[in-house]
Design a protein around this ligand. Structure first.
Ligand SMILES: [Mg+2]
Length: 96
């Protein structure tokens, strides 16, 4: 999968993939809004219809984000420090 993501990123190039990321984020926001509207009216989350569409858009965003993470390993380092910062804030107990 990583090689395919690298191939896609290199095929389209950095500028196009920045635009793709923006496009996918806008699509995800629209689907999030639909789900939040439904939930605010008392609906519960279930992966069908608009709710499934939100998961589909999350996948789209992750596909592009993974391409950026592969191209810029700094993103992985930043992610790790942010996760560690959150764990320090909330605490974490390992289950053994
Ligand atoms: Mg999309």
């Amino acid at each position: 999968m990583q090689h395919k993501l690298e191939y896609i990123f290199n095929y389209y190039g950095l500028k196009n993939q920045i635009l793709k990321l923006q496009e996918e984020l806008i699509e995800l926001e629209a689907e999030i809004n639909k789900v939040l509207m439904d939930v605010s009216k008392g609906g519960t989350f279930f992966p069908e219809g608009d709710h499934l569409d939100m998961l589909d858009e999350i996948a789209d965003v992750l596909v592009v984000c993974e391409q950026f993470k592969n191209a810029f390993p700094l993103i992985g380092e930043i992610m790790e420090s942010k996760v560690n910062r959150t764990i320090e804030r909330i605490g974490y107990e390992t289950v053994s």
